[in-house]
Structure formats: structure tokens, C-alpha cells
Design a binder for this molecule. Structure first.
Ligand SMILES: *Cc1c(COP(=O)(O)O)cnc(C)c1O
Length: 550
């Protein structure tokens, strides 16, 4: 028996001679390229954009496939990468559905593009509606599917758009088993917001399973247009036969590789966490609005609600200049509301006359990228206990942890630095970034203590005083006898406090005496944390300066 992909694909697709691009991976860098009618001059854009944009891209870029394979934990041969998950949907229908004969099956209300693509292709669209509780009707899908020998694709969306609920994993697997001669396409556009794990782990055992993932939602790259189909390599090779000559722009590839660089990943995760916290906040508040009759549980970054009077709800949203998605195909009064930033959600709740709840905490993010170091930093001043620190210099990680722990705030700081030279750039740039990020998180400094100071610690005495008044000044009194603690050069300590004073805009005075260099260094950083704890704490609502600004 030939592979499923061979049996299911349209015969003319299997017979066709795919378009041959001029791209040849072997001659990329060395050859003089006079083969593709490209312009020999790089475009007049900034350097990073211009570098390769005059050349046609690799049709399925190897570096991008490798990164996505690591991200989704599958092999690169099981990935088709294209212009969004949308392109994968389009190519699946084009490759497998013969016009006027074959069919797809959808479970409305659902993402409407599945049906649109079927219509464009001239394929039939069978429909097995969701049940009243928004669950799929598994038995009916299997019954309808078994009765139509030309059913080629079942589209399942999990978590669903627009309703937000997930499909039980076992139901998906049961459908795959019950309809072995049909592609079961599971659209996981929102899976990163869900507690359900991806079904992509089942790909090896299920020849007819196709999983769609996208960088548009959780990774915030909707404008870059990048998404994938994950499936058996035979199915992927059918999609690659019919893809446009160069489905992805070089600019997209660059943007995606940059966005998915490992040092940025913790910040992406923190943003998703923040969206989930905001979803909880809206789930708690929205049911209290008098215009809203029902709020449905969501595993996505949107909440589906039923309002009493759709026109008047729409009017309230229009007046507040908030766009929400009216979805009355689900039922009368149906609206889908995307979870926004804390401030956007506050505006939404205020427009509905609701208590806006606890205001979001003070936080900031910073990315710093040079030839020497790549750093991501996030500080949440009003959250405690979460630190995620990796600079590659173990002792320094420990010191940053001391600052966050004793400072009483949450810190994420990841650095990929040129440690093969030495720790200098890493330490200095991390401290500068930390200071900038802390400064940004403090915002207008309204209500803070502004000053902090601390005295003895153990057999060592570290005195430290801090003023977050905005003027950088640094004094460091102390000496170390050892040159290094682990990979950490002791001469950097004074330098780091100066870097912090500069980037934070603070006066920091340190004086340290004692016997043991490890203790002395640790005492300095702990004391800094304690002094910061006093200085950043919100004590009131005034700007702590007679000038009225800081
Ligand atoms: C947003 C969305 C998509 C589109 O993803 P792109 O990668 O941006 O094309 C696909 N499926 C569903 C269910 C979506 O909501």
C-alpha cells in the first residue's frame, strides 16, 4: 500500500512537475549570481534589512526550519512553513480536494476561512455543528465522515475560535482512528494559551494527523506572516510540491529568527503569563456587567460572551473606541473580546461600568543587543518570588538573585555574552540593562520611598545608601584580595555599581569591610537589594520631591 498522502492527494497534483526555483543551497555565498534576474544591489534599507533582500529567499529556509523544529519538538522534515497557518489551510485544500467532487468537514461556529478556502477550490463543505455546550459532536463527525468516501479533510480547531474552549485530546485521537483515510487537521493557533498540550506529540503514530501552529498569536508576529503545518513527511512533501516559488520573505525569516532567539524566550513566556492573568481578571469581572448575560470559559487569548442587547453593547464599545468582534453566527448577542494589555482591559471594564479591580503592577522590559552581548530583562516591581536569571556567570547570577530576593521584586534576566573573551562585557551590559529596566519600571516614581540605606551584615560590614532621585553618582569604598570568585572578577564590583548608578539614574554609595571576598561581594549585592526594597516601595501617591518631578 502506498503512503496515505499518495492515496489522498489529487492525481493531477501528484502528476505535476513542481516549479523549479533558481535557488541552490550550494552556491549561495560563493557564486556570482546571474541566474535569477535579481538586482545586484542591496536595497536602500537599514543594514540588517538590506543584507540579503535583493536575493530570492530559500523556499523552505533551513535555519528557520531548524528553529521551528526545536520550538515545536518535531523533525524539520515534518514542517511546512509558510505565510501564516492560513497558507497551510489553503495548500491542504488545494492539494487534496478535487473540485466538484471532494469535501472538507467543519464544526461551526468556527474559524470561517476553512469554508472560504473550500468554496474557492470548488470543494463541498460538510458541517457538523458544535453541541450546545460548544463541544464537538464526535459521533456525528465519524458518522458523516464514514458515509462520504470523498471526504478529504476534517478541520478541528482547538482551542476554538471564536468560542475559546478546547477539544478533548482523546476525541481528536478517536476521530483520527475512526477516519483513517481522511486528513484530520487540528488547528492549534491558540494552544500556547491553553493548559492542554499540543497533539503534535502524536504525529509519529498517526499518518492522517496534521497540526497547524502559528507565530501570529502567542509570539506576537501576526504582521510577519509565519505559520506551519506539522505532519507526516509524505504529506509535507505534497504541500511543498504546490507551494508558491518563494512562500516566505527574507524579512519574515529574519524577524522570526530574531524573535525566537533563546535569550528572548523568557520574556515571550512572561507576556503569555500576563495575558493569562488578564484573562482571569476579565473572567472574574465581565460576569458582573449588567449588559452581559454569559461569559464562557476560554483556553485562548479571547473571551466569548453573550450580551443582552447586541446593538446597545456595540454602541458602548464604539463610544469607548474599543473594537470587539460581533459573532452572532454563534447565537444572538455573541461577542468575542480579545484580552489586551492591563491598561486596555481597564478601559474595557470602565466602559462597562465595572470595578477595574487591582491596578496592574509596575513592570518593564528591555532588550539590549550588541556584537558583544544579547540581553533580555523584565522586572515586575509588585510581584515577588519569581526570578529567572542566566548570564552564564554563575556567581553573578547568584548576586542578581540576591538583589531581586532582598529587593522584593521579580526579575528575569537572560544574557548570551562573549564569555569566550571574558566576563567583562556580560557583567557590565547586564547591570546597565538591569538599571534601565528598573528605571522604566519605576515610571514617574509616584509614591515611592526614593531613599534606602543599610548597614551591617555578618562578620562583614556593607554599608549602602541609595537615592533614586534621577542624578547618577557612585561612590565605592572597599578592596578585594582575590582576583576572581569563580568566573567573576572582583575588580568588577565597583564598576558594576557605577554602571547601575548611571543607567538607573541613582546615587549609590557603598562601603564594605571584612575578611572574605565572597562574603564581602555578596553583602554588597544583598545590601543593594535591601536598600532598593526601601526605595522602590510605594508609600503614598506623591512624587517624593519638592520639585514635583523626579
Ligand atoms: C488566527 C488564526 C489563524 C491564522 O493564523 P496565521 O498564522 O496568522 O495565518 C488560523 N486559525 C485560527 C483558528 C486562527 O484564529
Amino acid at each position: 500500500m502506498t503512503a496515505l498522502a499518495q492515496r489522498l492527494a489529487r492525481p493531477e497534483i501528484l502528476a505535476l512537475e513542481p516549479y523549479q526555483t533558481a535557488y541552490d543551497e550550494n552556491d549561495r555565498d560563493q557564486a556570482i549570481k546571474l541566474d535569477a534576474n535579481e538586482n545586484p544591489y542591496a536595497p536602500l534599507l537599514s543594514d540588517s534589512l538590506a543584507a540579503t533582500a535583493n536575493r530570492y529567499p530559500e523556499p523552505q529556509p533551513a535555519r528557520l526550519l531548524a528553529r521551528l523544529a526545536a520550538l515545536y519538538q518535531v523533525g524539520p522534515e515534518t514542517i511546512f512553513v509558510g505565510r501564516g497557518a492560513d497558507e497551510a489551510i489553503e495548500l491542504l485544500v488545494r492539494a487534496f480536494c478535487t473540485p466538484g467532487q471532494d469535501a472538507v468537514l467543519t464544526c461551526p461556529p468556527t474559524f470561517s476561512y476553512y469554508e472560504t478556502v473550500a468554496q474557492i477550490q470548488g470543494a463541498r463543505c460538510l458541517k457538523v455543528p458544535l453541541q450546545d455546550d460548544f463541544n464537538i459532536n464526535k459521533d456525528e463527525i465519524v458518522r458523516v465522515g464514514s458515509a462520504d468516501e470523498n471526504l478529504k479533510i476534517v478541520f478541528l480547531c482547538s482551542p476554538m475560535n471564536p468560542t475559546g474552549n478546547s477539544i478533548a485530546r482523546q476525541d481528536i485521537l478517536d476521530i483520527c482512528t475512526a477516519l483513517p483515510e481522511t486528513l484530520i487537521v487540528v488547528d492549534e493557533a491558540y494552544i500556547e494559551f491553553s493548559t492542554h498540550p499540543s497533539v503534535a506529540t502524536e504525529l509519529a503514530g498517526l499518518e492522517n494527523l496534521v497540526v497547524l501552529r502559528t507565530l501570529s498569536k502567542a509570539y506576537g508576529l501576526a504582521g510577519a506572516r509565519c505559520g506551519v503545518a506539522l505532519a507526516d513527511p509524505e504529506i509535507i512533501s505534497v504541500l511543498r510540491r504546490i507551494m508558491p516559488p518563494y512562500p516566505l520573505s527574507t524579512l519574515t525569516e529574519q524577524a522570526v529568527l530574531q524573535a525566537l532567539a533563546p535569550f528572548r524566550m523568557p520574556l515571550i513566556k512572561k507576556r503569555v503569563d500576563e495575558i493569562l492573568q488578564q484573562r482571569d481578571r476579565l473572567m472574574e469581572q465581565l460576569p458582573l456587567a449588567k449588559q452581559i448575560l454569559d461569559v464562557y470559559p476560554s483556553d485562548a487569548n479571547a473571551i466569548f460572551v453573550k450580551v443582552a442587547d447586541a446593538d446597545s453593547f456595540q454602541k458602548i464599545m464604539d463610544q469607548a473606541a474599543i473594537k470587539v468582534r460581533r459573532r452572532e453566527n454563534v447565537f444572538q448577542g455573541g461577542f468575542r473580546i480579545t484580552v489586551g494589555t492591563p491598561a486596555e482591559n481597564t478601559t474595557l471594564l470602565a466602559a462597562l461600568g465595572l470595578d477595574q479591580g487591582v491596578q496592574s503592577g509596575r513592570s518593564a522590559e528591555r532588550i539590549r543587543e550588541t556584537k558583544e552581548t544579547r540581553i533580555s530583562c523584565r522586572i515586575d516591581l509588585d510581584k515577588t518570588g519569581v526570578t529567572d536569571i542566566n548570564t552564564g556567570v554563575g556567581f553573578f547570577d547568584h548576586m542578581l538573585e540576591q538583589i531581586a530576593r532582598h529587593g522584593g521584586f521579580s526579575l528575569s534576566l537572560i544574557c548570551e555574552g562573549d564569555l569566550e573573551i571574558d566576563a567583562h562585557h556580560t557583567l557590565e551590559d547586564c547591570m546597565l540593562t538591569f538599571g534601565e529596566c528598573l528605571k522604566a519600571a519605576l515610571g514617574d516614581k509616584r509614591g515611592i520611598g526614593r531613599f534606602g540605606f543599610l548597614l551591617p551584615m555578618d562578620e562583614t560590614e556593607a554599608q549602602i545608601s541609595v537615592d533614586l532621585g534621577g542624578r547618577p553618582y557612585s561612590v565605592f569604598k572597599g578592596a578585594f584580595s582575590a582576583s576572581h570568585i569563580g568566573d567573576y572578577p572582583t575588580e568588577m564590583t565597583a564598576h558594576l555599581f557605577r554602571s547601575l548608578a548611571d543607567s538607573l539614574g541613582a546615587a549609590i554609595h557603598v562601603s564594605v569591610n571584612g575578611e572574605n571576598d565572597h562574603h564581602k561581594t555578596e553583602a554588597c549585592f544583598k545590601a543593594l537589594g535591601r536598600a532598593l526594597r526601601m526605595a522602590i516601595r510605594k508609600e503614598g501617591d506623591d512624587i517624593p520631591s519638592t520639585k514635583g518631578v523626579l
